[in-house]
Design a protein around this ligand. Structure first.
Ligand code: GLV
Length: 385
């Protein structure tokens, strides 16, 4: 994997390896994909300040996230269907993250279960929670995450209902794929993928199997989500979750200053400024454009993370400059998973770490804690804040 220089090349490799239905599920933004595009465009608009002849020989990307040491201010976020990008995808991604010294978040909608991952790795990982109508089941999931010694719970707060991703409908996304002629042809053209899935522990949602009805062949993931996920979820439920979860709590999916203030009042340990990778409210602003105001308002009271659109170390630099303490990635490592399993995820992390390291050097910065708005350029179109 060393020969792959950037996330974009991992993406191209994943596109070749993974059946269209699952690759496009990961790629998708909701509806017109305006917010998906804004996430990238707004990162690229932010110009960095080149500084020269600063001694940057002793620089380091190491820092902490929620008090734990990390090699780079980065966490792998929760992604649905990881085990459909590569067999045992969640176990492999968790191993890669832990070997690289960063946190991994297992999604509720994963293929490997909490217990599968816990049995396959030797350090704690994080668990992401979707709240379903069956609160007894949610309580049980939280207890399972605690029993597996997960060190943080990441509650996704922007998906009570699901934003439509057109390609999932066009492709007839199901888990596992329905054996229609066009799917069989697609799978036959991807034998390495098929073999990895066959060898994987599970073929459907590991956390839900045996607990939630009808997970064996979900005809439409979107319809199924609509029937199971709880649209009544509200701030009171966050209190309830906090009261039964013994570890750190992260609220992911905050895009508004008022919401960020309420999040702080719940006693959450961290928030992630996020629009779910452009997969939920289409027309919402980019996460990077929403970040500075939120970080200014609550950054001294809660650890601010950000996700949605991070593809390079330069993007990480921009997010840290605007007040994030760390970034979370989804697609950037999903591409690695599709491209080459554990080695591909490790390569994705290494690419971002190396890019951040060189970006820091060229901006004349030695430590992550030194990164602030002064690393942004003062140009005609961009006044340094
Ligand atoms: C689930 O989190 C999704 O975005 O598909």
């Amino acid at each position: 994997m060393k020969h792959i220089p950037c996330i974009e090349d991992l993406r191209e490799q994943a596109r070749r390896n993974v059946p269209k239905m699952f690759f496009e599920y990961a790629e998708a933004g909701s509806y017109n994909q305006e917010t998906l595009r804004a996430n990238r465009a707004d990162f690229e608009k932010l110009k960095l300040r080149q500084r020269i002849l600063v001694n940057v020989d002793k620089r380091s990307t190491a820092t902490t996230i929620l008090g734990e040491p990390v090699s780079v201010p980065l966490a792998l976020g929760p992604i649905g269907l990881g085990g459909m990008m590569h067999g045992d995808g969640e176990i492999l991604a968790c191993r890669a993250a832990q070997a690289m010294g960063i946190p991994y978040t297992l999604s509720t909608m994963s293929i490997n279960s909490i217990e599968d991952v816990a049995a396959a790795v030797d350090k704690p990982f994080w668990f992401q929670l979707y709240v379903m109508r069956d609160r007894g089941f949610i309580k049980e999931l939280i207890h399972r995450a605690a029993a597996a010694k997960c060190s943080a719970l990441m509650l996704t707060v922007d998906l009570q209902v699901i934003g439509q991703r057109h390609n999932d409908i066009r492709n007839g996304l199901t888990v596992p794929p329905e054996l229609k002629i066009r799917n069989i042809i697609d799978i036959m053209m991807r034998p390495a993928w098929a073999l990895s899935i066959l060898k994987g522990k599970r073929k459907t949602f590991g956390n839900l199997a045996g607990h939630v009805k009808d997970t064996s062949n979900i005809n439409s993931l979107a319809k199924w989500t609509a029937s199971q996920f709880d649209p009544t979820l509200n701030w009171k439920d966050v209190e309830w979750i906090k009261s039964i979860w013994p570890g750190k709590l992260i609220l992911k999916g905050i895009l508004d200053v008022d919401d960020a203030r309420i999040a702080v009042s719940t006693g959450a340990d961290a928030i992630s400024v996020s629009n779910h990778g452009g997969r939920q409210l289409d027309g919402a602003p980019s996460a990077i454009a929403s970040l500075p105001r939120i970080a200014d308002a609550v950054g001294s009271e809660v650890e601010v993370m950000m996700d949605s659109g991070v593809r390079t170390g330069a993007d990480m630099m921009r997010a840290l400059a605007l007040g994030a303490r760390s970034c979370i990635i989804g697609r950037s490592y999903v591409y690695g998973l599709g491209a080459g399993g554990q080695a591909g995820v490790a390569r994705a992390i290494e690419i971002l770490k190396n890019e951040l390291d060189i970006t820091m050097a060229l901006c004349g910065v030695n430590k992550v804690s030194e990164i602030d708005r002064n690393v942004l350029a003062d140009t005609e179109t961009q006044q340094r804040p």
